[in-house]
Design a binder for this molecule. Structure first.
Ligand code: 0GY
Length: 307
């Protein structure tokens, strides 16, 4: 079957620059994806977009190019609840990757156990309307009860405007909740204004984890370097720095490679690494953000053994 990438859809940068920021040893890219290759792992019929292939070899090459040690591969909607490409990449990563899968409500306990053995440590619940149709929250709540004994968590992706309708559902989940891309704030607003205040109150109330990922999706100032530095997405920085300052022990970072659904510009992944310097200004901030927090969430057995 031939899969034609969605028209107008940019593909990932095949030659990202070399970061000027030296990442701490053990850095984890806590949000990236693997797409296909489609001839081995066809995209889901229910998908809302068709990406270009972005296979495990390219994902691992990016890891090594950026100086990242480990990756958390997150199931994207283009593969629906078919986690075969994810599991294949986990198998090939030799312990250097963990996964966040997507499942239907009728997933069996044996299937969950198989995913756990493959390195999956969470499920993704996607509420972004341009990506999924109606979300069966009752089904998701039932599945969340079943993954609690596995020690898994739930990664949630939603638009900021939808948080009021979703907050109670998230607060009732019996497992840790991790929010993708800071809950997609409107960065034209004040990072200290009521909208982001509300998000951070939700985070604090329910001990929610937050990814300071995807400045390229959130920014309206775009990629041009700011003040001559290898820094961009300056309008996103105040929001991300607030999260790092106020949620320091539950904050994560990721590249979001291969950056699906971007049409106006494709980020340079080397610049995304440099961007971290502005989001997490001290070495201690970066150690927590890039190493300690993701290791505690995804490689708990190693962090507990090291105590
Ligand atoms: O890759 C991301 O995290 C963001 C997007 C896509 C998905 O998450 C997905 O397809 O599951 C998006 O905003 O289009």
């Amino acid at each position: 079957m031939v899969f034609t990438p969605t028209a107008g859809w940019l593909t990932w940068d095949p030659s990202p620059s070399t970061p000027t920021v030296a990442l701490p040893p053990g850095t984890v890219d806590a949000h990236c994806h693997v797409f296909g290759p489609a001839e081995r792992f066809p995209f889901a019929p229910e998908r809302k977009y068709t990406p270009t292939d972005a296979g495990r070899e390219q994902l691992f090459a990016l890891r090594d190019h950026l100086g990242v040690a480990r990756q958390v591969i997150v199931q994207a909607t283009c593969h629906g609840t078919d986690n075969r490409a994810l599991v294949d990449a986990l198998d090939a990563a030799n312990g250097r990757a963990r996964g966040v899968a997507a499942v239907r409500g009728d997933v069996t306990d044996d299937e969950l156990a198989t995913l756990d053995r493959a390195g999956v440590r969470g499920l993704r619940f996607n509420f972004v309307k341009r990506l999924v149709d109606a979300v069966p929250t009752d089904e998701l709540a039932a599945v969340a009860e079943r993954i609690a004994p596995l020690g898994w968590h739930v990664v949630v992706y939603f638009e900021a405007a939808d948080l009021p309708d979703l907050e109670d559902f998230f607060g009732r989940l019996p497992v840790p909740v991790v929010v993708d891309h800071m809950g997609r704030p409107d960065v034209t607003r004040d990072a200290d204004g009521p909208g982001f205040d509300r998000f951070l109150r939700f985070v604090d109330r329910h001990d929610v984890w937050v990814k300071v990922s995807c400045p390229e999706r959130l920014s309206v100032t775009g990629p041009p370097a700011v003040d001559g530095e290898r820094h961009a997405y300056a309008d996103v920085v105040p929001f991300a720095r607030r999260v790092v300052a106020e949620v320091g022990d539950r904050v994560l970072w990721g590249t979001d490679w291969p950056h699906p659904n971007l049409t106006d510009h494709m980020p340079d992944d080397g610049l995304l690494v440099d961007h971290v310097r502005h989001v997490a200004p001290t070495p201690e901030d970066r150690q927590r953000l890039l190493v300690d927090n993701p290791m505690r969430l995804y490689w708990r057995e190693e962090t507990e053994a090291a105590r």
